[in-house]
Structures are given as C-alpha cells and as structure tokens.
Design a protein around this ligand. Structure first.
Ligand SMILES: NC(=O)c1ccc[n+]([C@@H]2O[C@H](COP(=O)([O-])OP(=O)(O)OC[C@H]3O[C@@H](n4cnc5c(N)ncnc54)[C@H](OP(=O)(O)O)[C@@H]3O)[C@@H](O)[C@H]2O)c1
Length: 262
C-alpha cells in the first residue's frame, strides 16, 4: 500500500523514546522528513542520529519542554523555515502520575492540564496556519485508552484527556474545509518506560509484584499481551496518510481489544 507520505514533513513531539520515538521511525521509514523534541538533549540526539542512520532522512531535533508555549511556537517556525512546511503534527508528552483522586493536589491538576491538554493546544495553534496555506494537514494526538474507559488510579489522565478529545473534534469540525484532518490515537497498555513507571506505582499500591501487574494488564486484553510502541506508531502513520483521507474527528484505540464497550 502506498501511503503517499514521501517527502512530507512530520513533527513528532516527545519522541526521544517510547511511542513517540517509534512514531518518528515509522514516518522516516515512509520517506518523511522529521522534526522531533523531548526535554533530555542527550537521549533526543541519540534517537535523532539513529533515525538519520537507519532511514537516511533529514531530522531536525530540538530539546525543550512541550508545556512551554513560546518554545513550541519557535520549534514549529524553525521546522517550517528548514523544511518548507509542517504537513503532519503528532502531539505527545509524558503522562500524568498515577494517583487516587484524594491524593491529587491542585498542582497535580494544573500540571496535567499543562502537559496533556495545553501542549496539544500550543502545537495545534502553531501548525494550523501553515497547513491552511498548503490546504493539506494532519494532526494526530496521542492520548490513552482512558479517553474511552477510565483506568484505576489514573484520574488525572481519565479527566484531562477527555479535553483533548473535545479539542480534536472541534478542530476537525473547524478545519475540515482546509483539508486538515484531526484524529486521536488511544494506546492501551504498551511496553515503554511509562508503563514500567505505572507498574511500579500499582505494585506499591496493591502490594503485588510488578510481574503480576504486567500479567494482569496483558490478561485484560483479548489479545493477551501488551502492545508494542511500533504497533501504535503504524496506526498513527496510517491515520496521517493519504489512505485515511476521509477520516477526521475520530479516536482510534490501539489496545489489543481491551476497551470493553461496543
Ligand atoms: N505506554 C503506555 O502503556 C501508554 C498507555 C496509554 C497512554 N500512554 C501515553 O502515551 C504518551 C507516551 O507514552 P510512552 O509510553 O511513549 O512514554 P515514555 O516511554 O515515558 O516516553 C515519553 C517521551 O516523552 C518525552 N517527554 C515527556 N515529558 C515531556 C515534556 N514535558 N516535554 C517534552 N517531551 C517530554 C520523554 O522525553 P524527556 O523525558 O527527555 O522529555 C520521552 O521521549 C504518554 O502521554 C502516556 O501517558 C502510554
């Protein structure tokens, strides 16, 4: 299947490891030029070098925090002046900490809003005018299965990510006329550093071994295993491609069937 992504410019936020890094690799494998970021400069540089070597594509990498509005804006402007456009934008960040509701502070809520909702707003604000000029654009937000089904002790994610879904649907409605398609990807339990962090806090809370936590998550999905970051990445690339040209405003779960609803 020709995805039609050759020479497109793909911005992938928070991409020095995990799902973001796998997504940057997957776009590079399709012939896209890549703009990537994360806070830690060394890990980001390593990830960027690996992509250049493996796929022979141009990569622009800049270390910054996606909660910094000015930094997001200047990263997008620098990407456009380097590559000529910002065709695809995958928004991503770390996840909020696992806590029960009464253990959360107002600071936790503000941080989760900054990290998971406002960072998406900042990227959308920065890229949409460029996409409008080209009359072609794809925004894919990375959220979580929590957008469909709350997960225990992830009240911050359960609540704040719903705002991203509202944003996605609103942007899809407003900018469809400009041929800008906006969709959301909700990963289920996926084998990354984030999942090890969640397993550690769940194992303390439940007084169980981490291996039991992982086994429980795998058992909860009809496919009886965790997801791999590359499996989420492939779904994102397809959604951003010419092969998904009549799909907008949707949430696609990549969760091995874990979501229990119809
Ligand atoms: N893995 C799962 O099972 C799962 C399931 C559902 C949803 N999700 C969500 O999917 C997203 C990605 O998860 P992941 O598993 O790939 O996480 P991960 O392996 O921990 O990777 C997170 C990436 O984001 C970067 N990052 C974190 N905070 C950032 C910030 N403020 N500014 C810029 N970059 C930042 C990290 O680099 P630096 O630390 O150097 O900045 C790293 O490159 C998260 O929102 C997570 O909650 C994950």
């Amino acid at each position: 299947m020709n995805l039609g992504l050759q020479k497109r410019v793909a911005i992938v936020a928070a991409s020095s490891q995990g799902i973001g890094r796998a997504t940057a690799h997957a776009f590079a494998a399709e012939g896209c030029r890549i703009a990537m970021c994360a806070r830690g400069a060394n890990t980001l540089q390593q990830a960027a070098d690996e992509i250049r070597q493996k796929h022979g594509t141009e990569v622009y990498a800049e270390p910054f925090d996606v909660t910094d509005h000015a930094a997001v804006q200047s990263f997008v402007e620098a990407t456009v002046s380097k590559f000529g456009s910002a065709d695809i934008c995958v928004t991503n960040a770390g996840g909020p900490p696992a806590k029960g509701f009464l253990a959360t502070s107002s600071e936790d809520w503000q941080k989760a809003i900054d990290l998971n909702l406002l960072s998406t707003v900042y990227f959308a604000h920065a890229v949409i005018p460029h996409m409008q000029k080209k009359r072609w654009g794809r925004i894919v937000t990375i959220t979580s299965i929590t957008t469909k089904q709350p997960v225990a002790d992830l009240v911050l994610s359960n609540a704040v990510r719903a705002g991203v879904v509202g944003l996605v649907k609103s942007l899809a409605n407003e900018f469809g006329k400009d041929n800008i398609l906006v969709n959301n990807i909700g990963p289920g339990f996926t084998a990354t550093a984030r999942l090890i962090e969640l397993a550690a806090s769940r194992s303390t809370a439940l007084n169980k071994k981490q291996s039991e936590i992982f086994e429980g998550w795998a058992a909860d999905a009809p496919l009886k295993r965790l997801g791999q970051p590359e499996e989420v990445a492939d779904a994102i690339v397809w959604l951003a491609s010419d092969r998904a040209s009549y799909i907008t405003g949707q949430t696609l779960l990549v969760d091995g069937g874990m979501y229990k609803g119809l």
